[in-house]
Design a protein around this ligand. Structure first.
Ligand code: AMP
Ligand code: MG
Length: 489
């Protein structure tokens, strides 16, 4: 019997943290994708595991050292508190220590009902599984902290959604699956003992430098907030909209988690929303930092008793930390945006320069990714301005901006060549464009994995010119435009 090398620290927490659960058996599991580089990183015996992958990553075969559990958590969904959510369609098989010494969860998503399934079937459809595989791996290649995808397996069964769809299971790898909602689950039950155990587990696992901090639980809020500020800024630098930033979808590790209705901007629009269920635009592109801060306030609330026995003092200390999020985010956002327009130094007018470009892009419906990518060429040679202005419906504002930008570049320390190279390392050419993801899924549903494989292999090198994949750089034609995305993995 195969052993994967699991060491299951979460399983050693008290029984009320999870439910033991057996994954369901799939009728006819077939391996669709296996991430060999990630398997190596996890120190798996890659060939042996790949040979057994359809069985292992459908849940049909359990590794001898797997201890499958569904995790308990709660969460605010669109600001409404739900005291019990939990892994309703996911099973944590166990934890592996990777080549860097980091503990990583290996989880099946879509492997059948659990005690937390409520009215759900515990299953996942092929489309959302491939979507998460494509987008999470693309995010990783873009340098954004994220859960990863180790395998996708089709089950040979159908799942009922709007109609009947082919079923699949995704194997997700995460630094952990502990969410703000995990803390909320115990806070809602006034279970102070569990909260302390959970906080200590998170500190030891994700923030070991805080073990000896004078106020470790306040420091924990600060550290989680710091990672979220950096994370949401990175999302926005690449035009990513998470789409469902509920507190149960925010990992305390600082990784992006839960690729449901997420999407990338094509034309720049700060108010852009794709999710079919986000009617009020709560999770719109430019609203993401404010929502992260709101979620972090919910996180801090769960830790008040641990922060200080004097509640007033605890609230005051936590409030300061949460308020600091706004400046932290702004610092990350500005730093990344300066790099995107090729600035190595900082001058007082830089934030305004960035804002003016974004305003011109919004007005001119310019493609977010291509504008910055073509600016890399323009930084080297003003004749390339034409490539950029061609992306705008009306380039008057951009042309005025370009003159100001060049004046600013003249006082920046880098040489044009070094600047262009640095810009090409920060402005991707390839992102998982919604219409291409959809096309890859439709082909896969019809049995053709070619477009999926081509898309994932191209997106593994998003900063490289790949002439053979030029078609994948194109924004959608009007008839290809994806206007809405859906949750239900
Ligand atoms: P999500 O939208 O993926 O963040 O899921 C929100 C909650 O609904 C989580 O508790 C999920 O486990 C649960 N859930 C979503 N889809 C299903 C399903 N098909 N079966 C059971 N539970 C589900
Ligand atoms: Mg979720």
């Amino acid at each position: 019997m195969i052993r994967l090398g699991f060491d299951n620290s979460y399983r050693r927490l008290p029984a009320r943290f999870f439910a033991e659960v057996e994954p369901a058996r799939a009728a006819a599991p077939r391996l669709l994708a296996f991430n060999r580089p990630l398997a190596r990183e996890l120190r798996l015996d890659v060939d042996t595991v790949e040979a057994a992958a359809a069985m292992l990553f459908s849940g049909n075969t359990l590794a001898a050292d797997a201890e499958p559990i569904a995790l308990a958590y709660a969460g605010h969904q669109f600001a409404n508190f739900v005291p019990q959510l939990g892994d309703g369609r996911a099973v944590l098989l166990g934890e592996l220590i990777d080549t860097a010494g980091v503990r990583r969860d290996v989880q099946l998503k879509g492997s059948g009902p659990t005690p937390f399934s409520r009215r759900g079937d515990g299953r996942a459809a092929l489309g959302p599984v491939l979507r998460e595989y494509i987008v999470s791996e693309a995010m990783h290649a873009l340098g954004v902290p994220t859960t990863r995808s180790l395998a996708a397996v089709s089950t040979g069964e159908t799942v009922r959604r709007d109609g009947m769809l082919p079923g699949a299971v995704l194997t997700r790898v995460a630094a952990s699956h502990i969410r703000i909602g995990t803390f909320q689950y115990f806070a809602a039950r006034q279970d102070g003992e569990a909260l302390k155990l959970l906080a200590d587990h998170v500190i030891e696992r994700h923030y070991p430098q805080l073990v000896a901090a004078p106020r470790p639980y306040l420091a924990l809020v600060e550290a989680v907030a710091a990672r979220q500020a950096a994370l949401v800024a990175r999302w926005m630098h690449v035009g990513f909209i998470h789409g469902v930033m509920n507190t149960d979808n925010m990992a305390v590790s600082g990784e992006t988690i839960d690729y449901g209705p997420c999407a990338f901007l094509d034309a720049y629009d700060p108010a852009k929303v794709f999710s079919s269920i986000d009617h009020a635009g709560r999770y719109a592109f430019a609203n993401q930092p404010a929502i992260a801060q709101w979620n972090l306030a919910r996180f801090a609330e769960t830790l008040l008793d641990l922060i200080d026995t004097d509640t007033t003092a605890a609230i005051a200390a936590a409030t300061k930390v949460i308020e600091a999020f706004a400046q932290n985010f702004e610092r990350h956002w500005q730093g990344g945006m300066r790099a995107k327009i090729g600035l190595a130094g900082t001058e007082p007018g830089d934030a305004a320069l960035v804002e003016e470009l974004l305003a011109a892009m919004h007005e001119g419906k310019a493609d977010y990714t291509l504008t910055f990518r073509h600016l890399c060429d323009a930084a080297l040679d003003p004749r390339a301005d034409e490539e950029v202005s061609a992306l705008f419906d009306n380039a008057t504002a951009f042309n005025a901006w370009a003159a100001n930008w060049r004046a600013r570049l003249a006082s920046d320390p880098q040489t044009p060549t070094a600047r262009a190279q640095a810009m090409r390392r920060t402005n991707p050419l390839f992102i998982p464009r919604n219409h291409q993801v959809e096309q890859a899924i439709v082909a896969a549903e019809q049995g053709d994995l070619g477009p999926f494989e081509r898309l994932t292999s191209t997106l593994a090198h998003p900063f490289e010119d790949q002439p053979n994949a030029a078609d994948l750089t194109h924004p959608p034609a009007p008839h290809e435009r994806v206007t809405q995305t859906f949750c239900g993995t």
